[in-house]
Design a protein around this ligand. Structure first.
Ligand code: XMP
Length: 518
């Protein structure tokens, strides 16, 4: 697969998903090492797909090779491609190629791994280091032509290779941060297998342009127009920029106010587009959304209602502009995966722009970022000249404050949450902390607790402050904000918002929590 202006051929790696919780981490690690990778559920993998990739990773998974129903793929569908097999993938590979796998001594968590011989896979690594294990079965007999190159106390075949076929098979998880030298091992596997590491921002642009052209070629009309849904966040703003670049004069950028925006947000977005001389159509549909959300508690229902209402509004807009044939959205790879549209994943959250789409959408979809992670979009944004204030904005979910008000959305709740959120963000900026965290916001709980205000008992509302550090939103840690800062924010919120008596800080990481509360 050659690209027009490439220095080297771009290699692609397929991560075949057998259901591991770490599959997305493998794809992320490969991309950050400069190799384009995609996750493919094992049941969608076949010989035809093989021709599109230069190497495969067989992921881990919760199943046991001893069971008939466990996930399997045809050997011919990957044999001949450089392969990295991990955990369940390691056991599956051993069995498929004529070795044996089955119950062994379980290992969970940190385990010491020992090299059995000098090998390019372990270039630059010490003789012993700690790896992350999570298995009950193990490889009992290596397949013919495989050499065992590493072990642990309980797992004699913890790493094996086929030097001719460039297959590396590991019982441990190199993609997990707890595995010392894990990234180095993946990097060594890439070099050993001759995989080019050319995935960079130039490649992102080529891929985006190709995707836009491919989508537009579905129209018979040479001048069909695109409706680009803008929220003011980095994804949709960047999308608006790249569409103007690759399809000039064919884009309507439409900003819908769903009444769930943050304080002053609509003003800021409109002004920012004006400042950058970008045309923007603004639609205030707040009443329509709030009416539909009245009394709705269930987070999935909220998302679906919001997604559906957006689409209705876009279709109304398209009716008024009959030259519109396409709807462009800034959907990202994690949205696709978490909405259960990706690698056989379960639905974690129906991201409004994926899960809310009607079966019969009258507009054709263009989603050029659907294979991109957020950090990749940020790089792309800088490349195409998106102003820094957009690039640095914290992500804001399409369903807006509706998924930060736990329980039904009301005007009163929106008012309280907007004020609290705005105080938090204002202070983060004042204390120079805003740019050091991935995303920070306030959440409103549906409970009241006892407090005391002006010497009297006050039964008031609870605000949660949430701030996380992350690379791509798929895993996250709570930010270590200074206690003095948090106390100051809490004091401002309880002093300035009469309804609030209590402020708490969310310490959870993702997983097991998610970043948003709903
Ligand atoms: P979670 O809560 O899934 O969030 O850990 C991961 C990232 O995605 C954002 N998010 C959304 N963005 N529509 C969006 O456009 C959605 O429905 C949605 N749900 C979550 C969230 O803010 C975080 O950055």
């Amino acid at each position: 697969m050659k690209k027009a202006n490439s220095r080297v051929e771009q290699h692609r790696v397929a991560v075949i998903d057998f259901g591991s919780q770490y599959t997305r981490l493998i794809a992320r690690r490969l991309r950050s090492l400069g190799v384009y990778s995609e996750i493919i559920p094992y049941f969608e993998w076949n010989q035809e797909k093989k021709a599109l990739y230069h190497a495969v990773v067989l992921s881990g998974g919760p199943s046991s090779v001893t069971q008939n129903k466990s996930p399997r793929i045809d050997i011919e569908s990957f044999l001949g491609l450089p392969t990295l097999a991990i955990c369940y993938g390691h056991q599956f590979l051993a069995e498929a190629l004529g070795g044996k796998a089955g119950p062994g001594e379980p290992e969970f968590g940190r385990v010491e791994f020992e090299l059995k011989e000098v090998h390019p896979i372990f270039k630059g690594l010490p003789q012993r280091f700690v790896v992350w294990m999570s298995h009950s079965d193990q490889v009992l007999e290596a397949p013919p032509e495989f050499k065992i190159i590493g072990k642990t106390e309980r797992t004699p075949i913890a790493a094996m290779v086929n030097d001719q076929k460039k297959v590396l098979s590991l019982q441990f998880h190199p993609e997990v941060a707890h595995t010392e030298n894990g990234t180095q091992i993946i990097e060594n596997w890439l070099s050993w297998s001759g995989i080019n590491r050319s995935w960079d921002v130039e490649e992102y642009l080529v891929m985006v342009e190709r995707e836009i052209r491919r989508a537009l070629s579905q129209s018979k009309k040479p001048n069909a127009k695109i409706l680009c849904a803008v929220s003011g966040g980095v994804d949709s703003t960047t999308l608006s920029f790249v569409l103007q670049k690759f399809a000039p004069g064919r884009v309507y950028s439409v900003f819908v106010n769903h009444g769930l925006l943050r304080k002053n947000e609509e003003k800021e977005v409109i002004e920012a587009f004006q400042r950058n001389r970008l045309k923007l159509d603004y639609i205030d549909a707040s009443k329509r959304f709030l009416k539909k959300l009245k009394g709705v508690k269930d987070p999935e229902k909220k998302r679906k209602i919001i997604g559906k209402t957006f689409i209705e509004i876009f279709e109304d807009f398209a009716k008024k502009h009959p030259d519109i044939e396409f709807l462009a959205q800034g959907t990202l790879y994690p949205d696709v995966i978490e909405s259960g549209k990706g690698a056989g994943a379960s639905v974690i959250k129906s991201h409004h722009n994926v899960g809310g789409l009607p079966r019969k959408l009258k507009l054709k979809l263009i989603e050029p970022f659907r294979f991109f992670f957020k950090d990749e979009v940020r790089e792309l944004a800088r490349k195409v000249g998106v102003p820094d204030n957009f690039v640095k904005r914290h992500p804001f979910p399409g369903p807006g404050l509706a998924i930060r008000i736990i329980g039904p959305v009301t005007e009163e709740s929106l008012k309280v949450l907007r004020e609290a959120d705005s105080i938090f963000l204002e202070e983060l900026k004042k204390w120079n902390l805003y740019d050091s965290v991935w995303q920070a916001f306030a959440v409103l709980l549906p409970v009241k607790t006892v407090g005391v205000k002006g010497d009297a008992r006050h039964y008031g509302r609870v605000i949660v402050l949430r701030s996380v550090n992350s690379v791509d939103g798929m895993t996250a840690d709570c930010s270590s904000l200074p206690l003095n800062f948090l106390k100051h924010v809490s004091s401002r919120i309880t002093n300035e918002i009469p309804e609030v008596t209590r402020v708490v800080y969310d310490l959870s990481s993702k997983p097991p929590a998610t970043i948003e509360w709903e």
